[in-house]
Each structure stands twice: as structure tokens, then as C-alpha cells.
Design a protein around this ligand. Structure first.
Ligand code: SF4
Length: 98
């Protein structure tokens, strides 16, 4: 049985050495953002010699950054997000302080 879930999608991710990344797109089924305060990617799997064969785009399954204006009951309400490196960590660049 499969479920269809409406999630914001990860429009781009520039972390090319993550196993889920191909051509600046994230192909994990869903990612988790945040550690409660910082909007870091909680799913990145870095330094892998192989990359996923999946072609579907990742969704944002959960976000633990309640201080973001897009966060609604620990879910992201943006249409899409982008992920990139900022201050030496992998972060949601769509984050907006509430
Ligand atoms: S935009 Fe905000 S709520 Fe959505 S994933 Fe990024 S930090 Fe979380």
C-alpha cells in the first residue's frame, strides 16, 4: 500500500557529495530539517562514493525549526525550499525568522 502525502519539495540542493544528490537535486523520498533552532539538513549523507538511482524530488517531511515563519506545527508550509552550505553547515536557505 502506498500513501500520497502533500509536502513542500526541495527545489535545489547544492550538496553534490551527498548520496541523495544528483544534478543539484535531492532525491531522498523526504528530508527532515532542523535541530530545534538551526535550519540544518538532518538527512544529508555525505561522502558516499555512490549516488541514489531515484529520480523523484525530495519533499520536506518534517521541520523542527519552530522559529521559522514557514513553520506550522512542526511542518513546513512553504511551496518549496532550497538547501545549500552556509556558515560551514548544510542549511535550508528558505528559512525566515518569525
Ligand atoms: S522554510 Fe522554514 S519551516 Fe520550511 S523547512 Fe526551511 S526552516 Fe523549516
Amino acid at each position: 500500500m502506498k500513501m500520497t502525502i502533500d509536502m513542500p519539495f526541495v527545489e535545489t540542493c547544492t550538496i553534490s557529495d551527498c548520496a541523495y544528490n544528483k544534478d543539484d537535486k535531492c532525491h531522498a523520498r523526504a528530508i527532515t530539517i532542523g535541530d530545534g533552532i538551526h535550519p540544518g539538513c538532518d538527512t544529508s549523507f555525505l561522502g558516499s562514493p555512490s549516488h541514489t538511482r531515484a529520480n523523484s524530488l525530495a519533499g520536506v517531511g518534517a521541520c523542527k525549526v519552530s522559529g521559522c515563519s514557514y513553520n506550522n506545527d512542526l511542518e513546513c508550509s512553504a511551496d518549496s525550499i532550497t538547501v545549500s552550505m552556509k556558515n560551514d553547515s548544510i542549511q535550508c536557505m528558505t528559512y525566515q525568522e518569525a
